[in-house]
Design a protein around this ligand. Structure first.
Ligand code: ATP
Length: 307
């Protein structure tokens, strides 16, 4: 398992990481969330050994991550580092060989992964001549070509079209099912919610919430009621609860988590015949907004009087 313990990193007066803790087991997928500047990329770079930490420790299966383990990590950096004038297939083969595959195995793996990401016919194109989404697909092939046991992917979904998103989801689920540990960052919370049950949310270099998505949602003190009617309720009818949206035949209410769903259902059914009814906790995106205080840009925690 990947074990990140109390890691700290400062860049001058900016505290990028202020004691981040997280764990990813083999066969587990963890969504790494947080506003811009929260410390996700810095954490991922630290896992890869790309920056010196000021404190804390990172281990894989209980031992520090050395060169041997690093060659078994699939890393997709946020800055998408590739050699632009290399041809796509050549690039994948090159990276596979660097990871220790024989020339023959690297060649076969490159063909397999380029096909998998939908680029079988673009292997001879220079990376720089590919569209940005297709460059991203090549980057994915680079991260996956050596069947890594630990995957660290920094915003792998950004810039992909919906078909490529589906392919990536499928590939990641497959790798995790095969026993890989996966940590990926994303700002697309609906997608995260679809794909994984476990998330870690960071803000200002600290973990502010982590756990199972369903538990985190259920832990909210808010519930939403959505009801659609087959006829318009009487104009004089007043629902119980805070009305968030209302049209002729649809109503959305916000209530306390302690409200009784059955009672709400009965009240709504009295107003007009119901076509649908739901009583549910907030989406992950609302849980996220609540915990990061609605911030969209986190500048990192500043230290002392220099901040
Ligand atoms: P985003 O969602 O925007 O990608 P992030 O969560 O990945 O953000 P990081 O890139 O880890 O955030 O940045 C965390 C903080 O550390 C930010 O305040 C950032 O400006 C700062 N930082 C990161 N790298 C450096 C660096 N090399 N020099 C100075 N400051 C840095």
């Amino acid at each position: 398992m990947l074990d990140v313990r109390s890691i700290a990193k400062r860049f001058g007066s900016i505290v990028a990481l202020d004691g981040v803790d997280l764990r990813v087991a083999r066969g587990q997928m963890v969504g790494f969330l947080g506003p811009n500047g929260a410390g996700k990329t810095t954490t991922m770079r630290a896992i890869l050994g790309l920056l010196a930490l000021d404190g804390g420790a990172i281990t894989w299966d209980g031992a520090p991550i050395g060169a041997a383990v690093r060659s078994r990590i699939g890393y997709m950096p946020a800055e998408r580092g590739m050699y632009p004038s290399m041809k796509a297939r050549e690039h994948v083969v090159y990276v596979a060989e660097l990871a220790g595959l024989t020339a023959r195995a690297a060649s076969a793996a490159a063909d397999r992964w380029l096909a998998r990401v939908g680029l079988a016919d673009r292997g001879d194109s220079k990376v720089q001549d590919l569209s940005s989404g297709n460059q991203q697909r090549v980057q994915l092939a680079l991260a996956l070509v050596h069947d890594p046991e630990l995957l660290v992917l920094d915003e792998p979904f950004s810039g992909l079209d919906p078909v490529a998103v589906d392919v990536l989801e499928e590939v990641l689920l497959e790798r995790v099912e095969a026993g890989a540990a996966l940590l990926f960052s994303s700002h697309q919370l609906d997608l995260v919610e679809d794909l994984t049950r476990d998330v870690v949310i960071v803000d200002h270099g600290r973990v502010v919430l982590s756990g199972n998505v369903d538990d985190l949602r259920a832990g909210s003190r808010v519930r939403y009621v959505d009801a659609t009617f087959t006829a318009t309720p009487d104009a004089a009818w007043q629902p119980v609860g805070e009305v968030i949206e209302r049209t002729d035949r649809h109503i959305r209410l916000r209530t306390d988590a302690s409200a009784d769903g059955r009672t709400l259902l009965d009240q709504l059914a009295d107003a007009a015949p119901l076509a649908s009814f739901s009583f549910s906790p907030p989406e992950l995106s609302e849980v996220f907004r609540n915990v990061v205080g609605g911030a969209t840009a986190s500048a990192g925690a500043r230290t002392g009087s220099t901040g």
